[in-house]
Design a protein around this ligand. Sequence first.
Ligand code: UD1
Ligand code: PEP
Length: 420
Amino acid sequence: MDKLVIKKSPPLSGSVTISGAKNAALPLLIASLLADSTCSFENVPALRDINTTLLLLKDFGASVNQVAKNHVEIDASQLNSVTASYDLVRTMRASILVLGPLLAKHGKANVSLPGGCAIGARPVNLHLSGLEKMGAKIEVEEGYIRAEVDGRLRGARIFMDMVSVGATENLMMAASLADGETILENAAREPEIVDLANCLNSMGAKIEGAGNDSIKITGVKHLQGCHYSVLPDRIETGTFLVAAAVSRGSVRCEHAAPATLDAVLSKLEQAGASIKVGEDWIELDMEGRAPKAVKLKTVPHPGFPTDMQAQFMTLNSVAEGSGVITETIFENRFMHVPELQRMGAHIELEGNSALSKGNSQLTGAQVMATDLRASASLVIAGLVAEGETTVNRIYHLDRGYEAIEHKLSGLGANIKRVSE
Ligand SMILES: CC(=O)N[C@H]1[C@@H](OP(=O)(O)OP(=O)(O)OC[C@H]2O[C@@H](n3ccc(=O)[nH]c3=O)[C@H](O)[C@@H]2O)O[C@H](CO)[C@@H](O)[C@@H]1O
Ligand SMILES: C=C(OP(=O)(O)O)C(=O)O
């Protein structure tokens, strides 16, 4: 398995091009299941999760044409299977998003239950109860969700008692081809939801209010193909900005979407960064200063994203002063803390809060992470740790960061991939 070897590096400097967002691209590719003709997507990041999604679509019988590295065409108008097998689903939780589209278009779906994962239990009850409210009959047997509907799904008023990105996306896609009107209450407001709604509307859907907590979807009988460019990745952007801040450097992110990063940019300013933004770029400059520790709490958008929590844990570890990070979205998302402690970070865990004493001098070590953003936090730590850090099992990083070692090398980092 590949690993990344990182040596203490100079302050990051230069510019980096941001890829399309993993969390936008996954539901967009899956939305092609709803269309009667070819969907063409550009700015699709070259990631392991994207490959898994394309395999899943091919497994259903869709035809997939990789036009260029970041451009893919999908024709899912004719399928020969509606079963998403455990082998594919187990490596990517977003696979659950095929449930709504398959049920809405083909009246039937069998999707393996995604199972537990490193950051928490991640149940799918909201996806299932929402679809049941729309008329689906759902049973869970032998590890599979078996769902079917007599005729078409029916529009419904659905209140979700937790804010869920995935459930909002699944139900929005299902409702697009349902009979009548669906109202999703307490919907997630993430930019990726808005991107999905824009794409579905370009396919002929009637969705209003995406980006607010109440979304109205008027079902239509057919959706056609589309030509759509994926939103830039706000989490990848934030990761490079934090890496720059931790290294006391100066970095410009190109092809970014600054409006999706308000909460992250605000925390970086509190950490002492000087930030400038344009329409599609962000510049961060530490002017040689060490970052200051921040206090933050993860909450649904537009608040501070849980997917940036681990990276800020590294920032707080090396920053001046003490800081506190509270995780409220996932019950087990501090897996990076013991690894950072092994590198010399002074962090204490108290329930769902992590208190950092700051000013830690990190030293290189062999580390390993069991989730994507945890791995990113260790890569950032490796940039400023004395000596050499080896981040093992980078399978997770490859799920969510396109060519991370090349992008970081371009900013002056001393990092290389070693294949075994
Ligand atoms: C592919 C993708 O877009 N992944 C993102 C998505 O994951 P995902 O869509 O899986 O996350 P959710 O927003 O659904 O999860 C939020 C919380 O709701 C809970 N929950 C969710 C569904 C459900 O049926 N029941 C339930 O209790 C979860 O366990 C979690 O505690 O949003 C998360 C929260 O911003 C991000 O960290 C992930 O990067
Ligand atoms: C948790 C994440 O992704 P996923 O929902 O795909 O596991 C993430 O992107 O940080």
